[in-house]
Design a protein around this ligand. Structure first.
Ligand SMILES: Cc1cc2nc3c(=O)[nH]c(=O)nc-3n(C[C@H](O)[C@H](O)[C@H](O)COP(=O)(O)OP(=O)(O)OC[C@H]3O[C@@H](n4cnc5c(N)ncnc54)[C@H](O)[C@@H]3O)c2cc1C
Length: 382
């Protein structure tokens, strides 16, 4: 039996951020992932300014330009009609998760985390604080961090299910051939219902996808086909799908000495679908909380500490849920189309939010100043 202060299940951005942070605090750490790295992860790979800030803070490295390509030109569409484009001073970055997650995991191992990648968990005993792996290895922990994504086994062990399918999102993606002459990030607001479509031009491919609330998109395969035709993508690239916890976040992200971070806690922006930034930040906060609780000799208080620290993330997600009908509700569409097409301020606000220059509380305030209260109430009802 090997004992660790912290066991982290899942080595995506949340798990690796948690591992680096916990090691920096002097804790003994094991990271378990069923995959070996590099591994595929379905994702647009849009890395915002917010993600960049957290990455530098947590991993203490600047972005490697080989892995993160800056993009500052954007084009927006609705019903196939252009809503105008924009250039933005703060760029976003495009990356491939294959490369990015390998890099983050390497940093975690370099920081001293024990590497249990390529291992399946055969038993997760929360009462005994023990994990058993498929090769018979048994590991004990004081604190468990569930960073094992949207279908989290840790969340299932705690709450019976990882998510409510009726409330979360689903997305499809293809990696189409690269378009070296097209550096524009394209967003199509109506490619999916209560979601959008994207075309992200990268060095080695063009990532095309659509995603939205699963309950609102029963014909998502057909909608992707329509979208690809609209973009003149006739490639034979394989279509892949994945759930996205699109705004259905955990109000209580764990229990006692078991904490959930990233997608496992549902920390994904319900408007933009951005999850990498919140995954890294919540992983860091979970590890910080673990360190504080262990230092105090009270591992069971970890959730209480973590719950306080993740409140700003939850607040942003809550406000984004309130704003979401303004962009996606069919009744709000004419208003949104007019506002977005005619106003550089609205486009700028959207991009500022995307790039991490402002957060939802500030955006909400900017919008609230422009919308009469009665319209606002109607939109919220929609
Ligand atoms: C189609 C699509 C497009 C997206 N595009 C973007 C985007 O452009 N920008 C953005 O910011 N976000 C995007 N997201 C969201 C983003 O991918 C996630 O929010 C982010 O990956 C969450 O990180 P995580 O570390 O919490 O989980 P993950 O990245 O899912 O990592 C979880 C890890 O846990 C491991 N694991 C799972 N179960 C087990 C188990 N039982 N035992 C051991 N290991 C396990 C997995 O192998 C994986 O390595 C997109 C999501 C989808 C589906």
């Amino acid at each position: 039996m090997t004992r660790f202060d912290v066991i982290i299940l899942g080595a995506g951005p949340a798990g690796s951020a948690a591992a680096v942070t916990a090691r920096r605090a002097g804790l003994s750490v094991a990271v378990i992932d069923k995959a070996r790295f590099p591994r595929a992860k379905l994702c647009g790979g849009l890395f915002t300014g917010r993600a960049q800030g957290y990455y530098q803070e947590i991993f203490q490295h600047t972005l490697d330009p080989q892995l993160f390509e800056p993009r500052d030109r954007f084009a927006f569409h609705l019903d196939g009609t252009p809503l105008g484009g924009s250039e933005h001073t703060l760029p976003v970055y495009l990356t491939m998760r294959w490369d990015m997650d390998r890099l983050l995991f390497e940093r975690a191992v370099q920081a001293g985390a024990s590497d249990y990648s390529g291992c399946r968990v055969t038993e997760l005993d929360l009462a005994a604080q023990r994990v058993e792996l498929d090769d018979g290895t048994a590991l004990e922990y004081l604190i468990l961090i569930g960073a094992d994504g949207v279908q989290s086994r840790v969340a299932r062990a705690l709450f019976g299910q990882s998510f409510d399918k009726a409330r979360i999102g689903f997305a499809l993606e293809v990696e189409a051939p690269p378009q070296p002459d097209n550096p524009v990030v394209r967003i199509d607001f109506d490619a999916a219902s209560w979601g959008y479509g994207w075309q992200f031009p990268k060095r080695g491919s063009t990532t095309i996808g659509i995603g939205g609330l699963q309950a609102e998109n029963p014909e998502i395969q057909a909608r992707l086909a329509t979208y690809r035709a609209q973009l003149d993508d006739a490639s034979t690239a394989r279509v892949k799908g994945h759930f996205l916890p699109f705004g259905d976040y955990r109000r209580v992200p764990g229990r006692a000495a078991v904490l959930l971070a990233g997608d496992a806690a549902g920390f994904v922006d319900p408007i933009t679908g951005e999850g990498i930034a919140y995954a890294m930040k919540s992983g860091q906060l979970a590890a910080d909380a673990a360190a504080t609780a262990i230092r105090a000799g009270q591992p069971d208080t970890a959730l209480r500490i973590y719950a306080r620290q993740v409140r700003p993330i939850q607040r942003s997600l809550r406000l984004a849920c309130v704003l979401r009908p303004l962009i996606f509700a069919p009744r709000a569409r004419p208003f949104f189309r007019r506002a977005f097409a005619s106003s550089t301020t609205v486009k700028h606000a959207y991009l500022s939010m995307l790039s991490g220059e402002i957060e939802y509380p500030r955006l909400m305030w900017l919008i609230a100043r422009r919308i009469p209260a009665a319209v606002w109430r109607r939109l919220r009802r929609a």
